[in-house]
Write a protein that binds this ligand. Structure first.
Ligand SMILES: [Zn+2]
Length: 464
């Protein structure tokens, strides 16, 4: 039995030759020689070491709160210290602060106040199924857990999988007026959402699977009648407290199958939550690397929660956390706009092998083809030409190939934290990310060389 309960307190917590798909295209200038210098950024040979570390990061992060805890653990190991949300101005050094599923980290190396900012932004949350406040259900002799759909879930992908639970529980803390938050996770195969047999759903393969989010998605956890209070008892066990001391929870289901490299030559990564933990991982490692050198910019990492539901929360990109931290600790008003840059790093759509026509034909996006710049004329992405130029020049220096994504005119375009962050901070912002397939599936899919390429590019941008 694997039951891990972690307090929410500090510290405890050669097959694709890097071809640039857009090389030589009008309006998409790219240095071909960068493809030939792939060894410069592929420091681990094939990039697999970075990809395996990404798998470890993802598996340590089944919820946004765990992603923040894992990031904090890595930062502390690299000499960063945590500061309280309400701490006064910090002295120079490596610092971070966190709030729920969000974290801001920075390296202030006693540079002058007019040094520009370089900010890597990403999000810790992923579409999933979240447990309701009164979740205990009984249906036709089965005990089930009532859930809400969080974000743009590919609903079918949650069927017929072994599911565990993770998140945070707030428990009574003696006579204190506020509760104490405890991170919990249970990686046992606790639950499953069995699909209706094909015999009982005739025509399903012709008409497509249609799921009712209220009735079809409640995971089965056992046999028997409705047992009101069963879920609260399980939370008490995970948190190590009496059942009456459980005050509230933010709990979600996750796929318990470990992340892994796949394909005969391990060209791919199969993992949950690549959108956007891949970017959180690359940003964290790039900041740690940037901390080792004294560059001409002040590097910052900003990991936000709630991107998948619109970002309009205290810990989302539309909230005050980044702006407040930059003002309070990094003298935002004295920082120059010129040279400052926000990198909004989020998953990009790779061209699907059977649905290539869903992409603009002049902008194919390949797995293991390098990071993807994302453009949209209606500013659904914040990318502009001067920002692209900065990133292209950094990619050339780092020997990282780039690709470009733009939606077909007859397809809707997603959005990111990019435009929101640009509007809140007034800083030039570029949207980019790693290509993946099956975005918003319970199990996503990307190339195993791209995470190292993104890390190389972000390291260059944070330290030059
Ligand atoms: Zn995303």
């Amino acid at each position: 039995m694997v039951v891990v309960s972690t307090p929410d307190v500090p510290a405890e917590v050669s097959h694709d030759p890097w071809t640039d798909q857009n090389s030589g295209m009008a309006g998409s200038p790219q240095d071909r020689s960068s493809a030939q210098r792939s060894g410069d950024i592929d420091r681990n040979g094939s990039g697999r070491e970075t990809a395996r570390d990404l798998c470890a990061y993802v598996d340590a992060s089944p919820s946004p709160y765990h992603a923040v805890a894992e990031t904090a653990r890595r930062l502390i190991s690299a000499g960063f210290t945590e500061v309280d949300l309400d701490a006064p101005v910090t002295p120079p050094g490596r610092h971070f602060l966190r709030s729920g599923g969000a974290l801001i980290a920075w390296v202030d190396d006693e540079q002058p106040a007019n040094v520009p900012l370089r900010i890597v932004g990403a999000h810790t949350d992923s579409p999933n199924l979240r447990v309701k406040p009164r979740p205990d259900r009984g249906d036709h002799g089965f005990q089930r857990v009532g859930v809400e759909v969080y974000g743009g879930v590919l609903l079918n992908s949650w069927l017929d999988r072994e599911l565990g639970l993770s998140g945070r529980v707030v428990v009574r803390d003696g006579g204190a007026l506020a509760g104490r938050t405890v991170l919990v996770r249970d990686d046992r195969p606790l639950a499953r959402i069995p699909q209706l047999a094909v015999h009982l759903d005739p025509g399903v393969n012709e008409k497509g699977l249609v799921l009712d989010p209220q009735d079809d998605l409640a995971p089965v956890t056992g046999l028997g009648d409705q047992d009101s209070g069963a879920f609260q008892r399980s939370m008490a066990t995970l948190a190590g407290v009496d059942v009456d001391d459980v005050l509230a929870w933010d709990i979600m289901f996750h796929d318990v199958a470990p992340s892994c490299l796949t394909g005969p030559d391990e060209e791919f990564v199969s993992a949950p939550r690549l959108d956007d933990l891949l970017s959180c991982h690359a940003g964290t490692e790039a900041l740690i690397e940037a901390a080792e050198g004294k560059g001409p910019c002040l590097p910052v990492l900003a990991l936000f929660d709630h991107e998948e539901v619109g970002s309009e929360t205290a810990t989302g990109a539309a909230g005050p956390l980044l702006h407040r931290t930059l003002r309070r600790h990094l003298g935002l008003s004295d920082r120059p706009l010129e040279g400052s840059l926000v990198l909004s790093v989020d998953g990009a759509h790779g061209t699907h092998p059977s649905r290539g026509h869903r992409h603009d034909p002049e902008h194919p996006v390949r797995l293991n083809g390098g990071p993807v710049l994302k453009a949209n004329a209606r500013a659904r992405y914040a990318t502009d030409a001067p920002g692209v130029a900065l990133v292209r020049l950094a990619a050339e220096r780092a020997g990282v190939p780039l690709q470009t994504f733009v939606s077909r005119n007859d397809m809707p375009c997603g959005s990111t934290i990019g435009p929101i962050t640009a509007a809140r901070t007034g800083l030039r912002t570029v949207d980019l990310g790693v290509a993946q397939l099956a975005m918003h599936s319970a199990r996503e899919f990307c190339g195993s060389r791209d995470p190292a390429a993104l890390h190389g590019l972000l390291s260059e941008l944070l330290s030059s």
